[in-house]
Design a protein around this ligand. Structure first.
Ligand SMILES: Nc1ncnc2c1ncn2[C@@H]1O[C@H](COP(=O)(O)OP(=O)(O)OP(=O)(O)O)[C@@H](O)[C@H]1O
Ligand SMILES: [Mg+2]
Length: 234
């Protein structure tokens, strides 16, 4: 579904933030992307979803180039950034309707309320986003992503700020979503969650892929955490 080939991105034209990244995300994958702060996760993700341009390499989404056909690529993906910065003056329900309209998805009240109940947002959807806590905003953006049923979900640290109940809910939703043949690519620092949830994982170190494979391959002789620490202590 997604191919990233030789992706190289520099912000200042001198130092590469990411270099020669190659990744394949296939149908049904829950693909974890892990690395230390500043390793290049968000940069890679922003290039993939068409927010950042890049100097070298190629990214395709279902065979189409993100550079040449960005709208078609974006219409198949949902992207949740590492910070739920959403319009404070909108009510939660207006934000949901806004996202659905962008993706040309009809508003289905029962479906929206069912998702809202799952995330315990049903009582506050009519309130302004400015009155939401960080976790509530995160739940709202996650809900909006699942609601328009994209084939690909790209999530930058989706578990940050979620309470244990919402974390559990999100993990179940991700599993159900991938089981239908969709793909999820997400970054995280929570290695225990990644190890349990993902079928594939890549470790990025100093802008380069240091390890990549199925979770069984990577954790054959140690936990993901131990392997991660070993790779990053080399
Ligand atoms: N807007 C920017 N302008 C200049 N340099 C940037 C910018 N964003 C990121 N960088 C640099 O690119 C490198 C990779 O950063 P990136 O945000 O991709 O890391 P990350 O793996 O997502 O880290 P974190 O775990 O802290 O979110 C870092 O050296 C960072 O300083
Ligand atoms: Mg980041």
């Amino acid at each position: 579904m997604i191919t990233i080939r030789n992706l190289t991105k520099s912000y200042d034209g001198k130092k590469n933030a990411v270099e020669n990244i190659n990744l394949d995300i296939e149908s049904g994958d829950i693909f974890g992307f892990v690395g230390l702060n500043g390793a290049g996760k968000s940069t890679t993700i922003k290039c993939l979803v068409g927010i950042l341009g890049f100097s070298e390499g190629e990214i395709t989404v279902n065979g189409r180039s993100i550079k040449e056909d960005p709208i078609a690529c974006k219409s198949e993906m949902a992207y949740i950034s590492d910070n739920p910065e959403i319009y404070a003056y909108m009510r939660g329900i207006d934000f949901i309707k806004f996202i659905l309209s962008i993706y040309k998805t009809p508003y289905d009240k029962d479906k929206v309320m069912s998702f809202a109940r799952s995330f315990e947002l049903d009582d506050v959807l009519g309130n302004l986003v400015s009155s939401y806590s960080h976790g509530m905003k995160q739940k709202l953006v996650l809900m909006s992503a699942f609601l328009h049923e994209p084939k690909i979900l790209v999530l930058d640290e989706p578990f940050v700020g979620l309470d244990p109940k919402a974390t559990h809910m999100l993990k179940s939703m991700m599993q159900e979503y991938a089981a239908k043949g969709n793909s999820i690519f997400f970054s995280t620092h929570v290695l225990e969650v990644a190890e349990k949830l993902c079928n594939k994982v890549a470790i990025i170190k100093d802008g380069r892929i240091a390890a990549c494979g199925t979770m069984e391959e990577i954790t054959v002789s140690s936990s993901l955490e131990d392997y991660f620490l070993e790779v990053n202590n080399e």
